[in-house]
Design a protein around this ligand. Structure first.
Ligand SMILES: [Cu+2]
Length: 445
């Protein structure tokens, strides 16, 4: 029933947006200059003056960003670009005119780019990296000093900016391949033990329409399958490692025996490629918990080795029942800024009927803080890290730090469509409009 409501609302929204999408897409196709057209070296377009370089620019890349993000030059013209890649993996600097200069990790490269009077934006064109923060801008200081109005990003007109923004938003909720965070029913063993098998492997994952990145996944989904059980349950998780590197699983927030804690050497040997490992224990504490890799976790977790582990306690008198129970996993890194493995406009809207309630279990598996701001309706904060708060209180922006789980209850008192996004604004909006950690709460009549 609830699923039907969500489906119908999403479908209706998509149908109404469909015509708009067609119109706006036509406009945008005319407006956007091709970005990564000239992959290779040099600029495909001629410089304003064919004379030699007027100066030098140095841009340093790291995982995942540029230093500086704002490059100041004194005048328009052709510049020599030194690209230093301090990151551990391939990055490039792709300018808005199509000029691409790339280098493997710990390598450098050079090239030339022609900067016009309004400056030029640049990104790393490796899928997911621009959304992960690899964006910058070359600014021509003389232009600003001349008294002219500030140039708009990439020298777009106001109409182009409006139409590009509208074209992205009109796609919401966009279809993409794969859906993470799906509840995986356990296989109940003869002795009552709840058993799940999780296979870690490398997959191709579509984070937003047309953006397919390499990801690490449990059972081929990002986030991995959602596990649900009750306090007192005996549980068994069998991990199969099909990655090209070692891994382990740590059950984050749960009381477990020390040899089930998933830290290589300290609790167990690393699980090598082709090997399996069985985690087994009895659940002692309820709450919004997580499971994730604890081997090179700074790499494997942002790549997708994470999932929700929700433990309920039917005997707990202080836990409020809601109509909808929703785990919202936040992540950042090589897959971009994601909510349950997807970036806007491919994020999933939350759909409620007027008067219904939802428990949102925020879980931050990323490396950055994400203050989650819901428009229109306050959020009642009821639990932190699985522990019920003695003082539930309202917030409109709920800060979720790395590793934290915050539970909120939202009552659908206000009919309408409400934006719902991370309020670190660079996680939610860019020169092409909204992206990343943005979704919506839709409250029907
Ligand atoms: Cu954020």
């Amino acid at each position: 029933m609830r699923r039907t409501v969500a489906y119908v609302a999403a479908f209706t929204g998509m149908a109404t947006l469909f015509l708009v999408t067609i119109l706006v897409t036509a406009l945008v196709l005319n407006a956007i200059t091709p970005r990564a057209a000239g992959v290779g070296e040099g600029s495909p377009s001629a410089a304003p003056s064919a004379a030699g370089p007027v100066g030098e620019i140095t841009i340093t890349a790291f995982d995942l960003g540029f230093e500086p993000t704002m490059v100041h030059v004194a005048e328009p013209g052709r510049y020599t670009v030194t690209f230093v890649n301090d990151g551990g993996t391939f990055h490039d600097v792709t300018f808005a005119d199509g000029t691409v200069i790339g280098a493997d990790g710990r390598q450098s490269a050079s090239g030339e780019v022609a900067i016009g009077p309004d400056g030029m934006s640049f990104i790393c064109s490796v899928p997911g990296h621009a959304d992960g923060g690899m964006r910058g801008e070359v600014m021509v200081d003389g232009a600003a000093a001349s008294g002219d109005p500030q140039p708009t990003p990439s020298a777009r007109t106001a109409e182009e900016m409006r139409d590009i923004d509208a074209a992205v938003t009109a796609q919401f909720p966009a279809e993409t391949a794969g859906r993470g965070n799906q509840v995986l029913e356990p296989e109940v063993q003869p002795d009552g033990t709840l058993q799940w098998e999780l296979t870690a492997s490398v997959v191709e994952w579509e984070t937003e329409p047309g953006t397919v990145v390499e990801a690490y996944a449990y059972n081929e989904m990002v986030p991995g399958p959602q596990l649900r059980a009750e306090v007192g349950d005996r549980i068994r998780i069998i991990l199969h490692n099909e990655l090209p590197e070692p891994t382990t699983i740590h059950s984050h927030g749960l009381f477990v025996p020390p040899d089930m804690d998933g830290v290589p050497v300290i609790s167990q040997p690393a699980v090598m490629p082709g090997e399996s490992f069985t985690y087994e224990y009895t659940l002692r504490n309820a709450g919004s918990h997580m499971y994730h890799s604890h081997f090179m976790a700074e790499h494997q977790v942002p790549m997708g080795l994470l999932g929700a582990f929700v433990v309920t306690d039917p005997a707990a008198p202080d836990v409020v029942a809601t109509d909808v129970d929703y785990a919202m996993i936040l992540n950042d890194g090589p897959l971009g800024f994601t909510i349950n493995g997807k970036g806007f406009p491919a994020t999933e809207p939350l759909v409620l009927q007027h008067g219904q309630t939802i428990r949102i279990r925020y879980m931050n598996e990323g490396l950055q803080i994400h203050p989650m701001h819901l428009h229109g309706i306050p959020q009642l904060v009821v639990a932190k890290d699985g522990w019920t708060l003695p003082d539930p209180h309202f917030e409109d922006t709920v800060l979720v730090a790395p590793g934290e789980r915050i539970d909120v209850i939202v009552e659908a008192t206000e009919v309408g469509t409400w934006a719902f996004h991370c309020h670190v604004l660079t996680h939610a909006e860019g020169p092409d409009g909204m992206f990343g950690m943005v979704t919506a709460l839709v409250v029907g009549e």
